[in-house]
Write a protein of this length. Structure first.
Length: 310
């Protein structure tokens, strides 16, 4: 198929059609309502009473722990692309961290991403921004896609993960893991605030601050930078390789996601555990984390691109 590569929606003469399973206008209401609610809860951070520098630090620390490690290393480089190996117990721990980013279950996330690589920037791609920027960024999540609504899709894309009862359990109960981790943030914050100041109201203020910033603001932040890999990193940036689709290396997304935004490199070598490997400035913190896992004996058989020096 001949593909037209574009830079902005305004330059597109004819938008690519949505995937066949999402051609209707049906809104995925449970997901849309959930996304709206979390965004509204994150806006509580604008209240001065809920501000704390600890909360601000938790946004970026949480991005590293739950998104870069859970999603980037766990969902993406391990479960989707088998870029390294580890024990099943450690694999499950990484998956649990990913669930705490509220970015779908491992089964659905991996199935979607494998479908993206198989059909990148062609109509079956679940989230190509060649439809529109909004579609590629988050519109695809808010619209029902019947292609991903039945077990046949999972059999096609994630048969390897379906064999594991743990991932089938997370498919049903993963949202409660997110709720439990949010409650833990509040309880720990409340206890620390109360013990520090000896006052229950101080505990309540600090606990709510930690909850709003460390969970809701962090979730919204990690959503948009992750979605930015699908949208921004397929529209704006530079290309080291001709890969047959529109993937780009984007500075903003590369740094914000700790390495996931070196997306053209990734499409060039999907199995590589490192995404930032072509130019010296392509910092890839997620890959460095995998190397730490290797040093600790938690990971092995790391797939390295020949350009990677370590």
């Amino acid at each position: 198929m001949t593909q037209t590569f574009i830079n902005t929606d305004s330059e597109r003469a004819d938008a690519m059609p949505r995937p066949v399973g999402a051609l209707g206008q049906r809104v995925n209401w449970p997901y849309a309502i959930g996304v709206a609610v979390v965004h509204l809860l994150a806006l509580l951070a604008l209240l001065p009473w809920l501000f704390s520098w600890t909360g601000v630090v938790l946004v970026f620390l949480g991005n590293y722990i739950f998104c870069s490690t859970g999603i980037g290393a766990g969902y993406h480089r391990l479960l989707t692309h088998k870029s390294f190996q580890c024990s099943k117990r450690f694999e499950h721990c990484l998956a649990l961290l990913g669930v705490c980013s509220l970015q779908e279950s491992p089964l659905r996330w991996v199935a979607t991403h494998r479908a993206h690589h198989r059909h990148a920037d062609d109509q079956p791609d679940p989230h190509s921004p060649l439809v529109t920027f909004f579609w590629g960024h988050m519109g695809w999540l808010l619209t029902e896609n019947t292609a991903f609504g039945h077990i046949a899709t999972y059999e096609k894309y994630v048969r390897d993960l379906l064999r594991d009862p743990f991932y089938r359990w997370l498919e049903r109960y993963g949202y409660w893991v997110y709720v439990a981790h949010a409650a833990a943030f509040f309880v720990i914050g409340f206890a620390v605030g109360w013990l520090w100041d000896g006052d229950a109201m101080a505990g309540l203020q600090f606990g709510l601050s930690v909850l709003v910033w460390g969970v809701f603001v962090r979730t919204v932040y990690t959503w948009h930078i992750t979605w930015g890999v699908n949208s921004i990193a397929h529209l704006w940036g530079y290309r080291n390789y001709e890969t047959g689709e529109n993937s780009r290396n984007n500075w903003l997304i590369g740094l914000a996601t700790n390495g996931e935004g070196w997306h053209n490199n990734h499409h060039h070598d999907q199995r590589s555990a490192a995404h930032g490997f072509h130019r010296w400035w392509e910092v890839d913190v997620t890959y460095l984390t995998i190397l730490i896992f290797e040093r600790l004996g938690l990971a092995w058989n790391i797939k390295r691109n020949p350009a990677v020096r370590f």
